[in-house]
Structures are given as C-alpha cells and as structure tokens.
Design a protein around this ligand. Structure first.
Ligand code: NDP
Length: 322
C-alpha cells in the first residue's frame, strides 16, 4: 500500500479549504468526504443552510450547497481525490497513521481532521422537515436570521445558554419580539449575557417562556408556531411564530478520536499550541468546528482549514517528506 502524504477527513469549509491549500502545495490530498456522518451529508452543516449571506465575496448571498460545490470543485481542480464514505476507524498509535472506511484502508503521514460538529436538535419530525425544506427552522440564527421573512415577526429561540442569548439578541434586530423558551427558570448563560437578556426583556424585545419545552412544530411548508408544554403544570399551549432557532448546544464529531487525541471538557479537539492547528499528536492537525465551540462560522472554519494545510505542509517538510 502506498502511503499518502496527507489525508483530510471531513468535507465542510474547513476540510475543503485544507484540501485546496494542500493540493496547491502538491501534497495530492486524499479526502474522506463522509457519507452520512452524524446525520450530515457531505459538505457539512452548510448543506442544511438555505441562503448564506455572511460569506465574504457573495454580495447577493449564495446557498449553502452551491457554496460547498464551489469549494469542492476548486479543491478538485488542483488534484484533490475524494472518497465518498464515512471513516469508521482511525489508528494514530503508529506511523504512518491508518484511516479506514467500509471500502478503503489508507495509510498517511499527516492527517487533517475537519469532521465538524453537529447542532443538537429536539428530534421532532416536523422540526426536521421544516429545517431541511427551509421552512423557518434553523440551528443558526447568525446564518439564517436576517432573512426578509423574519422581519417584524415573532420568533422563538430554544435554550438557556450563551448561544441562545446571543442568537436571540441578534434576532431582536429584525424581529418584532423574540421568545426564549427554556426548560428551567434559570439561565445557564454567563452573567454578562444574562444582563443583556434581561435588558432586552425590559425593553420588550425578548420574552422568556420559563419551564417550557417545545413538543411540536406547526406549519406545512413554513412554520406558523410551536406547541410548548409547561414542565411543571404539563399544560400545553400554542405560541405563534414565523421562525424557530435552536440553541441547545452542539456535539463535536470526535468519537473517532476519543482515547487517541486530547479533547477538552466539552469533547472538542484540543489545540496544543495556540494560534496553530496542532493537536496532541505530531502530524495530526485540526480545523473548523471540531476544535471550535466559540465562532463556528464557515469563514472561520475555512481560515483554520488553510492553517491546517500550511501546518501539515511545513511539518511534512520537517520530516523530509516533500
Ligand atoms: P450550552 O450547552 O451552554 O447551553 C445549552 C442550553 O440548551 C442549556 O440552557 C440547556 O438547558 C439547553 N438544552 C440542552 N438540551 C436541551 C433540550 N433537549 N431541550 C431543551 N433545552 C435544551 O450551549 P451553548 O451553545 O449555549 O454554549 C456552548 C459554549 O459556547 C459555552 O461554553 C458558551 O459559553 C460558549 N459560547 C460563548 C459565547 C460568547 O461568549 N459570546 C456565545 C455562544 C457560546 P439547561 O441549562 O437546562 O442544561
């Protein structure tokens, strides 16, 4: 078996940008695109986004799938090879590293991990249907919130952490009111975020719905409201809204690396040298949301993908592998 110079795992903005840079550095990257990892199709989370309006260079916006196809074509143009399969085993205990999918076993000197993170969803059927059809259900207010359909409408955010407050307060710029549905009556969010939230409540821009969970999402092609249940009284009522934004956390796709690479307390890959893509094993680099629970944007993922490819290229050169 010939040994690859660099294998990239994951085909979102981070992985594909790493592939563009690695390919242009003549490293002939091999990418495992994934097939349905964590419920995600190849291309990562942007494949679930309709209009992307904050990716620089697209003044009129671009859809997630169109953007990801452009990334993929660009990486292919410089020689990236693709395997459209999920990786189901990685062995980092000896060099070269081994990466396995159902149909392929590959050895590689360097590995770029860009497996991303998946937004947590409630798992309600109507939630998934309306999210996938662009019917007003999203797990990213920053990506989808500025759509004309949400202007001057009542919107719902679920969650009580920093993301829920940040996304909710962002939505107040457009919405007539943002309801925060939280399963307890105390926020998990930091003190500063809580202060921001209660100020917006005082201004009538946000409205808490304490001790409440969403039990159903209403609407055929576009959301018309949610059914919420009071967890104390068990009473169920309808809350009309034109948009639903989930902010109940993300799960990094690090299951393959547990016990091999250092993870942080939230199970994201730990970067061992600040300002680089280095992980706890030399020759293994991380890019994108798999190592970032703070920014989580396509453009930051692409930026760290570029860093990972440059780090990999330099590391390979330092090992005498050109
Ligand atoms: P968190 O895990 O902090 O919060 C998730 C929230 O969702 C919690 O309030 C939780 O409720 C609720 N929740 C979880 N599962 C369910 C469910 N099934 N149904 C209903 N509610 C649910 O995630 P965040 O994304 O908010 O934050 C992640 C990390 O990123 C944190 O460290 C945060 O500080 C950081 N961050 C920082 C920001 C900033 O500083 N600007 C902005 C955004 C994130 P409960 O509280 O009951 O557990």
């Amino acid at each position: 078996m010939s040994v690859e110079k660099v294998v990239v795992v994951g085909s979102g903005p981070a992985g594909l940008t790493a592939a563009v840079y690695a390919a242009r550095a003549a490293l002939e990257p091999l990418m495992f695109e994934g097939f349905n990892a964590g419920g995600l199709i190849p291309g990562g989370q942007l494949m679930y986004t309709t209009e992307v309006e904050n990716y620089p260079g697209f003044p009129d916006g671009v859809t997630g799938p169109v953007l990801m196809k452009a990334f993929r074509d660009q990486a292919e143009r410089f020689g990236t090879r693709y395997i459209r399969e999920d990786v189901n085993e990685i062995d980092l205990s000896k060099r070269p590293f081994t990466v396995k999918s159902d149909e392929h076993t590959v050895e590689t000197h360097a590995l770029i991990i860009a497996t991303g993170a998946r937004a947590n969803w409630l798992g309600i059927e109507n939630e998934q249907r309306l999210a996938q059809s662009g019917g007003g259900v999203s797990a990213c207010a920053v990506c989808d919130g500025a759509m004309p359909a949400y202007r001057d409408q009542e919107l719902v955010v679920i969650g009580g952490g920093d993301s829920a407050i940040e996304e909710g307060s962002y939505l107040t710029k457009f919405a007539s009111k943002v309801h925060l549905v939280h399963r307890r009556d105390q926020l998990r969010a930091s003190k500063a975020m809580q202060e921001r939230f209660f100020k917006l409540v005082d201004e009538g821009k946000m409205q808490p719905q304490w001790n409440s969970i969403v039990v159903d999402v209403l609407g055929d092609t576009a959301i018309t409201g949610v059914q919420i249940k009071d967890v104390k009284s068990e009473a169920v009522r309808e809350l009309p809204c034109r948009g639903l934004f989930l902010a109940i956390g993300h799960t990094p796709n690090t299951e393959l690396f547990q016990g091999q690479l250092e993870l942080d307390d939230k199970r994201y890959l730990k970067l061992t040298q600040p300002g680089t893509s280095y992980t706890s094993i030399e020759g293994v680099f991380a890019a994108g949301d798999v190592a970032d629970h703070v920014y989580r944007q396509a453009v930051t993922a692409a930026g760290t993908g570029c860093m990972a490819a440059i780090d990999a290229e330099r590391w390979l050169a330092s090992q005498g592998i050109e």
